[in-house]
Design a protein around this ligand. Structure first.
Ligand code: PHE
Length: 340
């Protein structure tokens, strides 16, 4: 029996040297010292020994067991170090390598201009309103004093979805929607930026483009208020030395109506290629809100008056950045967009 104990012990010690991981170490421990382990099995047989032999065998077993335990401790510490070294070797990273650079984008020039326009009008106490891009014939035309068969409808080539539903051709329907929502509150003082659609496509027209609508409604609003607000806007947008002029025009939803020109930002008004020699650049349509439109919005036109305007954002971006073809804004060519 003694030999048996020594044989099991020595073999375990040899295996211990060869095994290469903490798992294998644990397995070996179970195999020898575990409940069903080989040494444990021998211990069970102690009962069948002669009484005088028992203490001797007991000592042999205990010695072997403590040798094994010590060896286990040592091997386990060694394996710990080995596994750490292995991880350090394989998981090593070179912190001196240059990192993966995340390039940072910026807003599209059209978005930049919309935000700049918003900032300027927010600074003058306006609020921002929105409306749907898929609009009904009623809001896009009827309520803006453009009945069916009205020749002015042809000023805007529309994308119809059904006879009553279309992609909005301008942001003016937001005038009606806002009045309906706010009525009878006063003043109404909003801008409505957004995307609009017309069947048009050349260097200065895109089938999808952006407008910013403006609407001010209160008791006693006058044409001079329109002019003052737009002069303030023009100077903040294009420089303090800008002047504006109002040219008589026509829109069914304003009366009187005016096109607003800004003194040329390139030549200052002397006349150049940009302003085609006139010294003025047309930037937006405007006018005093037509009494019928005020009424459509729910207000009483004999008590309140107001003005409205609508500007094309791409046009303003082109003037501001010196872009000659509107389509460049929508080609999504980074070489172009990164310049702004
Ligand atoms: N909705 C007009 C257009 O798209 C612009 C406009 C808005 C004119 C408000 C007057 C008042 O052409």
């Amino acid at each position: 029996m003694k030999n048996e104990i020594l044989r099991i012990g020595e073999e375990a010690l040899r295996e211990l040297k060869e095994l290469d991981g903490l798992e294998a170490l644990q397995e070996l421990k179970v195999k020898v010292l575990g409940k069903k382990g080989s040494l444990t099995a021998l211990l069970r047989q102690m009962g069948s020994l002669a009484p005088e032999e028992r203490p001797i065998m007991g000592q042999v077993v205990n010695e072997m067991r403590s040798r094994l335990e010590q060896a286990w401790e040592e091997r386990s510490a060694e394996l710990d170090v080995l596994s750490l070294q292995k991880r350090l070797a394989t998981e090593r990273i070179d912190i001196t390598l240059p990192g993966v650079r995340v390039t940072r984008g910026h807003h599209h020039p059209v978005t930049q201009v919309v935000e700049e326009i918003e900032d300027i009008f927010l600074g003058m106490g306006f609020q921002i309103a929105e409306g749907p891009e898929i609009e009904t014939d009623y809001y896009n035309f009827e309520a803006l004093n453009l009945p069916k068969e009205h020749p002015a409808r042809e000023m805007q080539d529309s994308f119809y979805i059904t006879e009553e539903i279309l992609l909005r051709t301008h942001t003016s329907p937001v005038q009606i929607r806002t009045m309906e929502k706010l009525c009878p509150a006063l003043p109404v003082k909003i801008i409505a930026p957004g995307t609009v659609y017309r069947n048009d496509d050349d260097a200065t027209h895109s089938p999808m483009f952006h407008q910013v609508e403006g609407l001010v409604l209160d008791r006693g609003i006058r044409l001079s208020d329109l002019k003052g607000i737009l002069l303030n806007f023009s100077r903040q947008m294009f420089g303090e030395s800008r002047e504006i002029r109002l040219r008589p025009s026509f829109f069914p939803f304003t009366e009187p109506s005016a096109e607003v020109d800004i003194s040329c930002m390139l030549c200052g008004g002397a006349g150049c290629r940009l302003c085609k020699g006139t010294g003025w650049i047309e930037v937006l349509g405007s006018g005093m809100v037509h009494p019928k439109v005020i009424k459509m919005g729910g207000y009483n036109p004999s008590e309140v008056t107001g003005f409205a305007f609508g500007m094309g954002v791409e046009r303003i971006a082109m003037l501001k950045f010196g872009i000659e073809d509107m389509r460049l804004l929508f080609d999504n060519d980074l070489r172009f967009l990164q310049q702004f």
